[in-house]
Design a binder for this molecule. Structure first.
Ligand code: SF4
Length: 334
């Protein structure tokens, strides 16, 4: 693992197993996050983004199991740590902001006490006064008056609650912040404010970040590198320039860009990607996007595509050769 990489996920696979079925949620993904940079993980609901995030901090639900791969954080494989060791990492080194601010806070504890709880767990040597000072400076950092530390979650708006959650996540100055759709539950104007705040904090504190989103606009605004996830796999990855300015793209990425509303267009309907993601309990043997792909050929239904690499840009599609160049599309078979 390079010195400059803070998190290196290799070949990670995760299933959800019940008595009735096995869901293949994540299928052999690779992600490398550089220090002080933001990696955006994009894809529609059910692609496996949140499962990936929960696997990193080992907070999968009881039916979730990591079945393969490694998750190296600063050179240590998190999968090999004891639960006790992992607790030291959570909050102190890796923190997570969950999607819904309405359900993430304890309604019967003041926000100050909730921030203080995290600080005390990871810094037992601090005096009461020092903890209070940290609570106040953390609130100020996310743009909330320190005097509001005595207030309860119901006294805050949705955007302010999400700021409090981000304050709890940042209270111990973690090295890696995982933000799982942090603005999805907020209205558009508040979304913009919270995003600007996250970007500003990242720059000031030098925190590395995994930003999970389905919104390419967010990726363009705050990410350095991007992974596009579909049916538990990363189908395209690269720098933000590779994804937004490159000429070759995975058909799914093409579809995501095509479905962004264009204010100048007079089209009556949005350009949605037809069809649905395949059943994760019964994934097809070929490309998982084949049923929805306008370029699908026979081989796509038969064989999993291999990864093509061109510099920092990676694609997983039969349309491209191993160097990421588009193949001749002549006989309909490759
Ligand atoms: Fe489409 Fe085939 Fe590429 Fe899959 S492998 S995205 S079906 S062209």
């Amino acid at each position: 693992m390079s010195e400059n990489t803070i998190l290196n996920i290799k070949d990670l696979s995760v299933i959800y197993k019940t008595d009735l079925e096995t869901v293949e949620a994540v299928n052999g993904i690779n992600i490398a996050i550089k220090r002080k940079s933001t990696f955006g993980l994009v894809g529609e609901t059910g692609a496996g983004k949140t499962t990936t995030a929960r696997s990193i901090i080992r907070l999968l639900p009881a039916v979730g199991h990591v079945t393969g791969g490694s998750i190296e954080f600063e050179g240590k494989n998190l999968r090999e740590l004891s639960e006790e060791e992992m607790r030291q990492y959570r909050g102190e080194k890796i923190a997570m902001v969950f999607q819904d601010p309405m359900t993430s806070l304890n309604p019967v504890m003041s926000v100050g006490d909730q921030i203080a709880e995290t600080i005390k767990i990871h810094n037992p040597e601090l005096s009461k006064e020092e903890v209070e000072q940290r609570v106040e400076s953390t609130l100020a950092m996310v743009g909330i008056l320190p005097s509001r530390k005595i207030d309860y979650p119901h006294q805050f708006s949705g955007g302010m609650k999400q700021r409090v959650i981000i304050a709890i996540a940042l209270a111990c100055e973690p090295d890696l912040l995982i933000a799982d759709e942090p603005t999805t539950a907020l209205d558009v104007t508040i979304q913009a404010q919270v995003l600007m705040m996250i970007k500003d904090l990242r720059e000031r504190l030098g925190t590395s970040m995994l930003m999970i989103t389905h919104d390419l606009g967010i990726v363009a605004k705050i990410c350095d590198d991007v992974g596009v996830m579909y049916a538990g796999k990363i189908v395209e990855s690269g720098t933000v320039q590779d994804i937004f300015e490159g000429k070759n793209h995975h058909p799914y990425t093409e579809g995501l860009f095509g479905s962004i509303p264009d204010l100048k267009s007079k089209a009556k309907r949005l350009n949605a990607i037809p069809g649905l993601m395949p059943d994760p309990t019964n994934l097809p043997k070929g490309c998982a996007f084949a049923e929805r792909c306008k370029y699908a050929k026979d081989i796509c239904f038969q064989e999993q595509p291999k990864i093509s690499v061109s510099g920092t840009h990676k694609l997983c599609c039969h349309r491209f050769d191993e160097n990421g160049n588009k193949k001749e599309e002549n006989n309909g078979q490759s």
